[in-house]
Design a protein around this ligand. Sequence first.
Ligand code: HEC
Ligand code: HEC
Length: 248
Amino acid sequence: MLHCSQISKLPRLKALFLSLCSIFLLSASGSVASANEPAKAAPAAAVAAAPAAPAAITAKPIKGDATVGEALYNSGDASRGVVACITCHGPKGMSAVATWPKLAAQHGTYLTKQLKNYKDGSRANPIMMGMAATLTEQDMLNLATYLVKQAPPQGEAQDKATLELGQLIYRGGIAAKGIPACSACHSPNGAGIPAQYPRLGGQWAEYNAVQLGYFRDGTRKNVQMNMIAVKLSDLEMKAVTDYMAGLH
Ligand code: HEC
Ligand code: HEC
């Protein structure tokens, strides 16, 4: 800016430098529309003349848009039958009750995988199968890109009597029963490990306990979690999920 105003004192060069400065500022702010306009015209004509097939390939989603995801999350899209996720999952992915899992700060790859699993029925839940049915792959990516950016959920363990057992299982597993430490995959502070292992810290204990039950009876399929859940008793599930609710 200093250079621009100093140079602009020389009348003859003023117009040239001001236009150079403005092009520079436009580029710096990410908007290069005016500089790019002439270059765009030719490829546009070429694309128009090209057959439809390449366009279908480029239509495959590659990147999520958090702003578009946020709008869909908060308002849904009545024209396509997409229900607003906020109704159940709460503002910024922080649901108010344990029936509905918190989605805030959950890893994007995990979220899109779950939504695909609901859509193809491999994660069988009547409510979410209906919700995911109307979502495109691009919607899923947009929603996940928005959700992963939200502040991680905070919770509290409720049952002091099982806290120690819960912590033992989470941090060390139960060697005698062949149960591995949860922290090995879900990380010591419960944040998970992108992209494979979901965040568990701060999630509703009741929701996570229900999911462990689904992994145990095979309703929800995942080789790693199925093998672990069949070895956990009801008490151990309750203890470890209550401990995880307060983990952050
Ligand atoms: C009517 C309430 C309701 C609405 C609306 C809803 N959900 Fe859900 N959602 C649920 C319930 C209940 C579950 C738990 C289902 C289960 O046990 O598998 C869930 C689970 C999920 C999960 C899995 C979370 C995890 O930790 O594995 C994701 C992801 C999800 N919902 C995303 C969405 C998105 C995105 C929308 C909006 C397009 C949405 N939901 C709308 C009720 C709802
Ligand atoms: C070997 C790695 C591994 C270990 C160890 C592990 N998990 Fe998992 N866990 C996973 C994976 C992978 C998923 C995601 C499964 C899917 O995609 O549906 C998962 C998912 C979960 C979920 C579902 C979360 C949600 O939002 O729906 C819960 C609950 C869970 N694990 C609890 C535990 C507990 C408790 C332990 C320790 C006793 C444990 N896990 C140990 C790999 C592991």
